[in-house]
Design a protein around this ligand. Structure first.
Ligand code: KG4
Ligand code: ZN
Length: 345
């Protein structure tokens, strides 16, 4: 089945064509990051308008890349949530309109299920069951995954998501949006021995996370340095390093616990923060000690993209799932644990 995937939940317009026999045929992405950077974060109305501008040309681009005519598409998958409702509606209405015109099935996909399935785009995909660490701008979750739509939430952030903490820390350090990659870059020149930031909620049992206290700790440290006249470039790098170390170690401790609790030997990481090199290295090291293996998608499939939506949609479409004609879905808040396995899946 050749599936067109459409992602418009936030600030990236992603489109791809996934063939369930041949794999990924084409994918294209337009990032609005430069447009939102000026405002220090995503402006929802601007995001929706820009998706409207970019989406149809990107669909044509992937068709050309795949050497396909529109009429050769067999189904369409789009992100139905969670995300910015106006942005989601652009993808949803385009998908439904196109599907209606072509007379093919269409399905709204859960954005985080897309992230979760993204490692399956790679050459040696993980087999079920596995533990998944989902770390994006809006989510920090540990999930036990028995199969598509068979999820048990093990733990999640009680306040800020890991990516959000990176973005807010970047702002405090005067770095541009989105902050994750910038904080990581600055941290490279930081001295890991100068500051030690707290590892929130690691001293008690359980798999929940909290990152807002860490953010406050970062702010307090920066203010103190400023008062002491010591806030130079090296100090900023040292703070970035201490922050990154704290987030990474907190995530690693909880992943280790999740592997031990479930007895599983596969760990999948997905979402924007899974692009973080230090996190990847530390998790691979810890997993190695337990004879476990870590799986993650290539860099550009860690952050939002159309390929993961095409793939996750294809798995459900193959099982016969589809939206009813004319009932497009755009759901800003949509807990992933409410998803079910496809009938007969
Ligand atoms: O999955 P994603 O593209 O969008 C959401 O669904 O939220 O994740 C974006 C998040 C942002 O918060 C960004 O700062 C973070 O992922 N991020 C990183 C890195 N690359 C992206 N955080 C830490 N280190 C990175 N290398
Ligand atoms: Zn995402």
């Amino acid at each position: 089945m050749r599936v067109l995937g459409i992602e418009t939940s936030c600030d990236e317009t992603g489109v791809a064509i996934y063939d369930t026999d041949r794999g990924l045929l084409a994918d294209a992405l337009y990032s609005q990051v430069a447009m939102h950077a000026e405002f220090g974060g995503v402006v929802p109305e601007l995001a929706s308008r820009d998706h409207t501008r970019r989406l149809l040309p990107l669909i044509q681009q992937v068709l050309d890349e795949a050497g396909m005519a529109r009429t050769e598409l067999e189904a369409i998958a789009y992100t139905a949530g969670p995300g910015l409702v106006g942005a989601l509606m652009v993808g949803a209405s385009t998908a439904h309109g196109l599907a209606r015109a072509l007379g093919i099935p269409v399905l709204g996909v859960h954005h985080m299920e897309g992230h979760l399935m993204a490692p399956m785009l790679e050459a040696s995909p993980p087999a079920f069951p596995f533990v998944a660490l989902l770390v994006s701008g809006g989510h920090t979750q540990l999930v036990e995954v028995q199969g598509l739509g068979r999820y048990r939430l093990l733990g999640e952030s009680v306040d800020d998501a890991a990516g959000e903490a990176f973005d807010k820390t970047a702002k405090m350090l005067g770095l541009a949006y989105p902050g994750g990659p910038q904080v990581a870059r600055l941290a490279e020149t930081g001295d890991p021995g100068r500051f030690r930031f707290p590892r929130p909620m690691t001293d008690r049992p359980g798999l929940d996370f909290s990152f807002s206290g860490l953010k406050t700790h970062t702010l307090t440290t920066l203010r103190q340095l400023e008062r002491d006249g010591e806030l130079d470039e090296q100090a900023r790098a040292d703070v970035a390093r201490a922050f990154e170390e704290a987030v990474v170690e907190t995530l690693v401790i909880k992943c280790r616990r999740a592997l031990d609790d479930t007895g599983l030997k596969r760990l999948v990481m997905a979402g924007g923060v899974s692009a973080n090199t230090r996190l990847r290295e530390r998790l691979a090291h810890e997993a190695g000690k337990r004879n476990a293996r870590v799986y993650y998608p290539r860099g550009r499939f860690c952050t939002d993209n159309g390929a993961m939506i095409a793939l996750a949609g294809a798995l459900r479409l193959l099982a016969g799932e589809r939206d009813e004609v004319g009932s497009m879905k755009a759901v800003p808040r949509w807990p992933m644990e409410t998803l079910a396995a496809p009938a007969g899946g």
